[in-house]
Design a protein around this ligand. Sequence first.
Ligand code: TRP
Length: 334
Amino acid sequence: MQQRVLTGITTTGTPHLGNYVGAIRPAIKESRQSDNLSFYFLADFHALIKSREPQQVHQSSMEVAATWLALGLDTDNVVFYRQSDIPEIPELCWFLTCMAAKGLMNRAHAYKAAVDANEQGGEDPDFGVTMGLYSYPVLMAADILMFNATRVPVGKDQIQHVEMARDIAARFNHHYGEHFVLPEAVVDDHVAVLQGLDGRKMSKSYNNTIPLFLPEKQLKKHINKIKTNLLEPGEPKDPDSSTVFQVWQAFASPEQTDEMRQAFADGIAWGEAKKQLFELVNNEVSDARERYNELLQNPAHIEAVLKEGAEKARSYASPLLTKLRKAVGIHSFS
Ligand code: TRP
């Protein structure tokens, strides 16, 4: 059976090496397996939950779109669109909201984390919690169910949301008839979770990222900032506890990885290891960086690509929504 693969990217930041290695690179690879029908979208409605800076939301959407296009997403083969271009999604979101148990939402990790933090700080449990944050999983369920996606590639932190989408879909099906396929989360354990400058997981929230398309000089500077220890040149170094080595591994061939492992054992200087790392990473991203910068100079082109994607997406969403409206009892009188 043809799989429908779907995933969303929240547009709140500038894509970094961790996003590239953990999500973008595998997704683009997957998108080229022509037996699947893939949907990739900019989750800009979700961005509003995290960011109230219009300029940031807008800029990030454009950067994320340009990144995916620059890295060679084949938009003839996949459906690439902006969530906010699909009016069927918020409408479906409301149908699902009316089916989703509040108790289910109470258990969502992101909401619970906010409540826990408030309780620890002696605040009201719901302090600062918007309905957007609370209903986040319902909007995500609408994203997924709108296209009857079968496989949803996500990070571990999103598995619960996909399971909630299944629950909501099953409940809708039970009540209104079999309209939705139950989606499955796909977590690729082989994909590296990249460490950031300080050795923790590379993440915008830790402010320890290396943006993917930094100008060459700045990329070099960032790589030089990766935290190391005080071992001198000539002293053997442990690759497995080193962020430099970990990032190397995410970009290198198995042979190059073996060579670097040996170089660590032989006491390569940190400066030299970083220099080689810069060259390796720069080599992999430099062509795409050029295309990225060209694309950002030509927003009309990005817009046109997304509009075309939205049209394709709506050719799936709109007939399903017509059926769903009927199923819930909202349709023409005559
Ligand atoms: N919540 C996802 C994240 O933060 C982004 C997202 C929104 C998504 N809608 C989705 C992912 C639908 C998969 C399917 O990473």
